[in-house]
Design a protein around this ligand. Structure first.
Ligand SMILES: [Zn+2]
Length: 278
């Protein structure tokens, strides 16, 4: 049973997302995640919108780069940046609205403290009303790191009694038993998503945006384009697994496990909670 309070929170989030004057900042792990999560509905909708890409989308292991026809990591990263710029231009978003932090793909988990501090300063400067990011769901370690850094950045502002944004989640992907779930959330107590059924025009635009990502065709083909979902982020305990069983990224040989990620998160929380210690 969904409580009245939850329903009224969902309604107020829906109004905020429908208001083009809402100041929005997207914080995503890779240059395409914002299009996957919000390309049909929100990206072209807000008058004041900025996007942060934590990584350049190119892993240190150049397997992905080679498979996409590039000889090295930097060429691949450049191609991914240009693809994202082209896709975002279809939503009216210019390169000037995109902040590239340039971390290596799959490495954000090792930079949690720095990311939290940097995002905290950015939130303080830009003063977004909402920050849209990934849920904590074990899909990709960079996605979970993005969620961690946004929540920790918000907490740093709250600790200093500064204005802190509301955290909104868009969907990405995660594992449920032996299946990968795309474009839906792991259920969370008291969280009711706002669902936007995309119109024909919105679906057409999202398809065109997807087509800009030539290097990501094999990945993007799995994401449906008829619906986008958002919700207010739940309070997470990042030292606990997001769900039982094997996490999605544990199926890949990326040198990261759920245990290791949670240890890095625990260490980062300790550093961030210790004022003045670098
Ligand atoms: Zn991603």
């Amino acid at each position: 049973m969904v409580s009245q309070a939850t329903l009224s929170q969902t309604l107020s989030l829906k109004q905020k997302l429908r208001d083009p004057h809402t100041r929005a900042l997207f914080v995503v792990a890779h240059p395409d995640d914002e299009v996957i999560g919000a390309g049909g509905s929100l990206l072209s909708h807000f008058e004041c919108c900025k996007i942060v890409h934590l990584t350049d989308g190119a892993p240190a292991d150049i397997f992905d780069a080679r498979r996409a026809g590039f000889s090295g990591r930097h060429d691949y990263a450049h191609a991914r940046r240009e693809e994202a710029a082209e896709a975002l231009s279809l939503a009216g978003i210019t390169k000037g609205q995109v902040i590239e932090l340039g971390l290596t793909d799959q490495r954000a988990s090792y930079e949690l403290v720095g990311l939290a501090r940097l995002l905290s300063s950015l939130f303080d400067e830009v003063k977004p009303e909402i920050v849209v990011t990934h849920p904590y769901e074990g899909g990709h370690p960079d996605h979970d790191s993005s969620a961690f850094a946004v929540h920790a950045a918000r907490q740093l502002l709250i600790n200093e009694s500064a204005t802190a944004p509301q955290i909104v989640e868009m969907t990405s992907y995660h594992q449920r038993d032996d299946k990968t779930i795309y474009s839906d959330f792991l259920s969370s107590e008291g969280c009711v998503p706002v669902t936007f059924e995309l119109s024909l025009a919105q679906r057409t635009m999202k398809r065109k945006m997807f087509e800009c990502f030539l290097t990501q065709r094999e990945v993007l083909k799995w994401f449906p384009i008829d619906v986008e979902r958002f919700r207010e982020a739940p309070e997470y305990n990042f030292t606990q697994p997001p769900h039982s069983g094997k996490l999605h990224y544990e199926y890949f040989d990326w040198g990261m496990t759920g245990d290791k990620w949670r240890r890095l998160a625990r260490e980062a929380q300790t550093v961030l909670a210790t004022k003045g210690v670098e």
